[in-house]
Design a protein around this ligand. Sequence first.
Ligand code: CO
Ligand code: ZN
Length: 330
Amino acid sequence: MIELIRTLTETYGPAGNETRIRQVLRDMVKGKVDELKVDALGNLIALRKGKGGRKVMLAAHMDEIGIVVNYVDEKGFLRFSALGGVFPHTLLGNRVEFENGVVGVIGVEKLESPDKVPTFDKLYIDVGAESREDCPVKVGDIGVFSRPLIAQGQRLIAKAFDDRIGCAVLVKLLEEIGDCEHDLYIVFTVQEELGLRGAVTSAYGIAPDVGIAVDVTRTGDTPEAPKMAVALGKGPAVKVKDARMISHPGVRQALIRAAEQNGIPYQLEVLEGGTTDAAAIQLTREGIPTGVISIPCRYIHTPSEMVDLRDVENAVRLLLAYLSSKELTE
Ligand code: CO
Ligand code: ZN
């Protein structure tokens, strides 16, 4: 499992440029599904046929946040803007990696005051170039955080757990699920970090009976964290509400029942800020009953996100238990 997660988190795949991570995921799931296709936006859609049950869409986004180069100066320093929810206080001294493998360091102009977070226009990326001409990175190139995965006991630290950890859960699900009543549309979506764009088109195309997103959520278990009931290591969270959706109560109840009947630890999630692909799936066509299984994650959208391996494994167990029942909503 850890090697699977390592491959997924360390692979390059910013929003809008998911080619490489899509190839990795395609190799992981081919042979385990009946149909595999890529839609016009780039979503990877894998169908595992059931035996006449419901059409279930299971979504995890494969894109990650990044930065996009918008200017290269005469000396070869890069200026950039955010691609998705990237924040200046997470950037200084960090490294970004471009598609061609070039790594850059994020630096700052003269600090006006050491205790003030610099704004994007004061930051630059240094790839070691000496001039604009010899700079190996061009305007429009996209960089992602550059970090290896660390496994430390049950805790894992990496960039892009949002949402490669959800991708890992769905790959693992495909490995472990035996006969299933339902048609499973496993979708690795694109451009979630830019506004759930891949989920919009894939859900429309599939027109599922039920939707489930698997994504990360915040926790309230760190020093002076905003009050939130979710903690690392206490089980996957069944979403009640986030900034853009209320989970379908019938789907939520069916998930809770699956957890309780199978002795799987779970938590209930009410997230103040942020959302997932489920918000888009839910509003597709005439509306789709949709729920979310969330992996508790600290330091979301930083280069060092942290999850607990037991929560990841229990998320797989929870999905297996949920999908084994005939009725997917209560
Ligand atoms: Co995100
Ligand atoms: Zn996410």
